[in-house]
Write a protein that binds this ligand. Structure first.
Ligand code: AMP
Length: 216
């Protein structure tokens, strides 16, 4: 299955992605996670991306497109893919179309998660992530058993630098200006499924599965 998942910061792309890849056995390709790993490892790409990410701005298209192309050419993507957080601009959408054709895996479904701003603020400011294994928590909605410690691997939970209200506003502006047009672009291809993602995760996932069953 060849899937894209889109939505503003805090819409639940990471949480839904964890569930989708378990259910459909496809690789989860998150450009945000790939970039954060590069920043952690101090690679050239990470150094270039860091200032954009800390400011809640988009990393330049050329850097992202090359990174995604390399990843999609890896053999595990022959099973399909779940792309999370890409494409986020029209330039990326066009580059993606070419890469997807090159590997013979055109997108079948674009899951567009929709959530109001107030819910996003609550989710983003309460979000904690494990830098070791990527597990996602929320201080109220989904706390770890021991405060600050990952249930899965014992890692020390962190708050992302860009998970503040101010940065969320910046990321929402980027989303409205750059990414909404990408959803319109895929709408014209007739592959977009809009999902109300303001509900509890279990309910949202049921709707996601329903949407994906149309193409499975
Ligand atoms: P995310 O984890 O998807 O919210 O991404 C975190 C940050 O990484 C974003 O605010 C951007 O700075 C950067 N980023 C992730 N994916 C992309 C992309 N497709 N294009 C440009 N920047 C990206």
């Amino acid at each position: 299955m060849n899937i894209l998942i889109m939505g503003p910061a805090g819409a639940g792309k990471g949480t839904m992605s964890e569930r989708i890849v378990k259910e459909y056995d496809i690789p989860h390709i998150s450009t945000g996670d790939m970039l954060r790993e590069n920043v952690r490892n101090g690679t050239e790409l990470g150094k270039e991306a860091k200032s954009y990410m800390d400011a809640g701005k988009l990393v330049p298209d050329g850097v992202i497109n090359a990174m995604v192309e390399k990843r999609l050419l890896e053999p595990d993507c022959q099973k399909g893919y779940l792309l999370d957080g890409f494409p986020r601009t029209l330039v990326q959408a066009e580059a993606f179309g070419e890469i997807a054709n090159k590997i013979g895996k055109p997108v079948e479904c674009v899951i567009a998660l929709e959530v109001g701003f107030d819910i996003l603020v609550d989710r983003i400011t309460g979000r904690r992530i494990c830098p070791n294994c990527g597990a996602i928590y929320h201080i109220k909605g989904h706390p770890s058993k021991v405060e600050g410690i990952c249930d899965e691997c014992g890692g020390e939970l962190q708050q992302r630098k860009d998970d503040t209200v101010e940065k969320l506003r910046q990321r929402m502006d980027e989303y409205e200006n750059s990414t909404k047009p990408v959803i319109d672009y895929f709408d014209k291809l007739g592959v977009v499924e809009r999902i109300d993602a303001g509900k509890p995760a279990a309910e949202v996932f049921e709707d996601v599965k329903k949407a994906l069953s149309k193409v499975a």
